[in-house]
Write a protein that binds this ligand. Structure first.
Ligand code: PLP
Length: 523
């Protein structure tokens, strides 16, 4: 890159924003950041390494002769680069993060403090079991609370995310059907139309046929349609509760009874457990297994690809199939049961190397213990209160997808944008200019132009009020009928405007090559 030309390479104004282009391409503290490979200079180095000792070449002519191609930068350049990159993310530590279905809640700092204690942070999974007795006790304590909070007798701790937990639970169901000699016959998994995409994907990955169950006009499972779909070919239902419309499945007892009467199992997607933790035990609703996203309900950080942790609680009928490892206690000593010969039942094998995400376990246990029973109950109550506050404050200018109060998420459709020329996408882009990460859009699929807001319990009322104010102002502007062009031009203040998302998805540029100019790589 030739810096003498300025980073925008002579592109002077980006038109619609009417802001003058800068020489650097920076917009105040929004700094244009090239890839580290584009910044490097050959031969520059931030460390002073001694000459390597001469060794006898045993590469038999395969020795590299060309450049290795690492970027050459000084230490301050590297520090600045990564510090600037670290400031490019919108984060829950920066403001309201209303992404529905994701439970973007505050991660209390006590969790971080505990996770970094040397006896925990420095553990290695291959340490002798005698040196990790406390860690095993910690995993068992978390398992105890997960079982207690869900009213379920067993839990598999190792799954690495919600989707992985679904896989674990559905494999346990498949194993139980196999044991009854019904696996071949029971091929169908029922999933409501509003289901998270991972539910049908999990069922299909295990070879089941997925059959959708429609929602009724109240946003809940249509019980009559479900009963009609049940039969000797059905293996299970995968149902989210509270569901992805942010509503409690009010007929859940009838649903679980009907499913069991048909000889099928009830998989509950527990990603939305935050709305009911401490208030409702899924075991009391007839659930056979359910994954818990520790990185949602129990506050461990997520977003940007991980890590996650998705323990699966299991009913007595499915407990024998839980995958190993299991943490077991003999007298005063903890040990890890790592194969079928050391545990009761017929475990379905191993789903993951080692025992699970220790850092996530530690944060989740710290969260549970620092809140206590009363605190966890209040989490659910405040999460539901916040969502209903948002819903009540916006329902006269936006269109709630369903009547009545919601659980932890306020769901709107795009009815209020009808004939305005403004789409759900435009509305979300305009939120970026107001300094907010958009809510979840176009999901659940059963709602047209869906906008799903999950404020969680961790935002102060005045911050919610500002957020509500911003959305009200956007909704009123959109409805004025004269702002469509403005909305189409949003975001104006972001470092990049509208990206070609289709091209990015179809032809992602995942690898930097020296020929890519800076502009191509960034846009
Ligand atoms: C987040 C989520 C999942 C998947 O969880 P991951 O940890 O992202 O794999 C499944 N179902 C619902 C309803 C979710 O919100």
């Amino acid at each position: 890159m030739d810096r003498s030309q300025g980073r925008t390479g002579g592109i002077v104004s980006d038109g619609a924003s009417a802001a003058p282009a800068t020489f650097t391409g920076n917009k105040a503290l929004q700094i244009e950041e090239p890839l580290i490979f584009e910044m490097g200079q050959p031969g520059r180095c931030g460390v002073d390494l001694p000459e390597p000792p001469k060794v006898k070449d045993r590469l038999n002519g395969l020795r590299r002769t060309g450049e290795i191609g690492l970027p050459g930068l000084s230490e301050p350049q590297v520090v600045q680069h990564y510090t600037r990159l670290s400031q490019k993310n919108y984060a829950i530590d920066m403001g309201v993060y209303p992404l529905g279905s994701c439970t973007m809640k505050h991660n209390p700092r006590i969790n971080e403090k505990v996770a970094r204690l040397p006896g925990i942070g420095d553990l290695h999974p291959l340490q002798p079991v005698s040196t990790v007795q406390g860690a095993l006790a910690l995993i068992d304590a978390l398992a105890h609370w997960l079982k207690t909070l869900t009213g379920m007798p067993a839990v598999a701790m190792s799954p690495a995310a919600g989707a992985h937990g679904e896989m674990c639970g559905m494999m346990a169901i498949a194993a139980a059907l196999e044991a009854k000699g019904e696996r071949a016959e029971r091929k169908i998994v029922l999933a409501p139309e509003s289901a998270h995409g991972t539910n049908p994907a999990t069922a299909a990955a295990l070879g089941f046929i997925v059959k959708p169950i429609p929602a009724n006009d109240r946003g809940r499972v249509d019980l009559a349609a479900l009963k009609a779909a049940l039969g000797p070919e059905v293996a299970a239902i995968m149902l989210t509760n509270p569901n992805t419309c942010g509503l409690f499945e009010s007929e859940i007892i009838e649903i679980s009874q009907a499913v069991h009467e048909a000889g099928a199992y009830f998989y509950c997607d527990g990603a939305n457990f935050n709305a009911i933790v401490g208030r409702v035990r899924p075991g009391d609703l007839g659930v056979d297994c359910m994954h818990i996203n520790l990185h949602k309900t129990f506050s461990t950080p997520h977003g940007g690809g991980g890590p996650g942790a998705g323990p699966v609680v299991l009913s007595a009928a499915l407990a024998p199939y839980a995958p190993y490892p299991w943490i077991v206690k003999n007298g005063d000593t903890w040990s890890v049961a790592e194969d079928g010969s050391t545990v009761d039942g017929t475990p379905l094998g191993r789903l993951k190397a080692f025992h699970g995400q220790m850092g996530m376990f530690t944060r989740a246990l710290a969260y549970i213990m620092s809140h206590g029973a009363d605190g966890l109950k209040q989490v659910a109550e405040d999460a539901v209160l916040s969502a209903n506050y948002v819903m009540a404050a916006l329902k006269d200018v936006m269109t709630p997808a369903f009547e009545g109060p919601c659980m932890h998420e306020a769901l709107f459709d795009d009815g209020f944008l009808k004939d305005t020329g403004v789409s759900t996408l435009d509305f979300a882009k305009a939120m970026i200019d107001e300094g907010y990460h958009p809510m979840t859009m176009y999901f659940p699929l059963v709602v047209h132009g869906a906008m799903l807001v999950e404020p969680t319990e961790s935002q102060a009322k005045e911050d919610l009020d500002l957020f509500i104010g911003a959305l009200r102002s956007l909704a009123e502007r959109a409805k004025s009928g004269t702002a469509a062009e403005d909305f189409k031009a949003a975001p104006r203040f972001a470092p990049r405007r509208r990206l070609d998302e289709t091209l990015a998805a179809r032809k992602p540029v995942l690898r930097w090559r020296p020929s890519n100019s800076f502009k191509q790589a960034a846009e």
